[in-house]
Design a binder for this molecule. Structure first.
Ligand code: GLU
Length: 445
């Protein structure tokens, strides 16, 4: 059955079955992860600038909280629906486990084309959403953060609204806030930076000289801009980038700081989003998003939407290395095609874990009341990304499996160990003599 027929959540959980034989866990955690813990669907009333009342659909899914409060972003996009939010929440559970963070996974979203709203409509929408979900979230329950088309200003409004409802300043309820409202240094470019650290590991393994490496980045939002800029500064040849309107290509390498300036300079001061598109840089060759994915480059970084590499184009992907900056850019059908063609894929649940990792740092700082320096944030992020890249890479090598399968097995091991540590399952499954009784063999005395 194809991904389209399956639905994105069903397609996403297929990866659990492929990874299970390589994980050191029993079937219980696996079954648990195939069902989200709780889903919430809300109607969000918003008074529009022209006086009309418009109702938007909103979602929050808590997928699994075995390892801690659930964590995951809020997305504003016209295509947002419950199935997609469930898949995104599932990926967050695995991502937090792969990164070793004490969080489960969650995700939220509103079905809206946020670019069409005025600044004040956007604020009313964001505050109204928090009014609907305030009893579902909390610093020790479920901690939202930013995702596509939500930014630090929106996170600030949401934290403020939650604090008003609870009558208590509560910065740790949401991450990705502006720095003066309790945000962390280094959060803004954290997802792109995490992907960049993965690329540095691949560079190390393959002894790459950045000047010889041609890179195509699909997307030009927060993640794509950060990763493109970090690679450009290292001397990599970023030959193509794109956004929803199309892409640009330059064989000699793009001047990334100029493209970023150009895209952002048309950002009107009274709106939250850029109005420019990279596609306006016509002195570079114009290409479509599809063409970008199929370019003859050394490294492809899909950093836009999900389901970009699928059964119909996976055969035509030329890049030998793919580092997934987006969530779910590759369908499960495409996985096997890419694997049979020997492609090296650093999967989303590893490669884009930098964002939620620095969100975790922000949550820790908010709860402790201590602020970290940018250097501290970068060092800690690098340590986590390097360590987990190598954990996944070693598992892949040892078991002769691809990086995605290894990342899932690694995440499953961490979730499985947490479930088994509760001891209940063991009580039923092991012979009497080995039961865990406090004060005996398994106790802490
Ligand atoms: N949206 C980010 C992701 O997909 C992270 C959100 C957060 O920081 O909670 O990983």
């Amino acid at each position: 059955m194809s991904n389209q027929e399956d639905g994105i959540f069903q397609d996403a959980i297929k990866r659990l079955d492929s990874a299970f034989p390589y994980a050191d866990i029993d079937e219980e955690p696996l079954e648990k992860l195939k069902h989200p813990k709780a889903t919430l669907e809300v109607s969000i009333p918003v008074r529009m600038d022209d006086g009309r009342l418009q109702i938007f659909d909103g979602y929050r899914v808590q997928h699994d909280n075995t390892r801690g409060p659930t964590k995951g972003g809020i997305r504003y996009h016209p295509d947002v629906n419950m199935d997609e939010v469930k898949a995104l929440a599932f990926w967050m559970t695995l991502k937090c486990a792969v990164a070793g963070l004490p969080f489960g996974g969650a995700k939220g979203g509103i079905t809206v084309d946020a670019k069409t709203l005025s600044h004040m409509e956007l604020e009313r929408l964001s505050r109204s959403f928090i009014q609907q979900i305030a009893d579902f979230i909390g610093p020790g329950i479920d901690v939202p953060g930013p995702d596509m088309y939500t930014n630090e200003m929106i996170m600030g409004w949401m934290m403020d609204e939650y604090s008003k409802i609870k009558r208590q300043h509560t910065p740790a309820v949401i991450t990705g806030k502006p720095i003066p409202l309790g945000g962390s240094l280094g959060r803004a470019d954290a997802t792109g930076r995490g992907a960049y650290y993965c690329i540095k590991q691949i560079e190390n393994i393959n002894k790459w000289n950045p000047r010889d490496i041609r890179v195509a980045v699909q997307g030009f939002g927060n993640v794509a801009q950060s990763v493109a800029l970090l690679l450009y500064n290292d001397g990599y040849k970023v030959v193509a980038v794109s956004d929803s309107q199309g892409g640009i290509f330059n064989e000699q390498g793009l001047d990334i700081p100029r493209v970023i300036c150009g895209k952002n300079e048309t950002k009107a001061l009274n709106t939250a989003y850029c109005k420019g598109s990279v596609a306006h840089f016509m002195n570079n060759g114009a290409i479509t998003n599809q063409e970008l994915l199929e370019l003859d480059v050394d490294l492809l970084v899909p950093a836009a939407l999900q389901n970009q590499i699928h059964a119909h184009n996976a055969e035509r992907i030329k890049a030998p290395y793919i580092v997934e900056g987006a969530n779910g850019p590759t369908t499960s059908e495409a996985d096997s095609i890419l694997n049979s063609r020997g492609k090296f894929v650093a999967p989303d649940i590893l490669a884009n874990a930098g964002g939620v990792t620095v969100s975790y740092f922000e949550w820790v700082q908010n709860r402790s009341g201590i602020s970290w320096t940018l250097e501290e944030v970068h060092t800690r992020l690098r340590t986590i990304m390097d360590t987990e890249f190598h954990n996944v890479y070693r598992l892949a090598e040892r078991r002769g499996i691809d990086m995605r399968c290894a990342a899932y097995a690694h995440g499953l091991n961490r979730i499985g160990v947490a479930i088994q540590s509760l001891g209940t399952h063991r009580y039923f499954s092991e012979p009497h003599g080995q039961k865990a009784h406090p004060g005996h063999a398994d106790g802490l005395d």
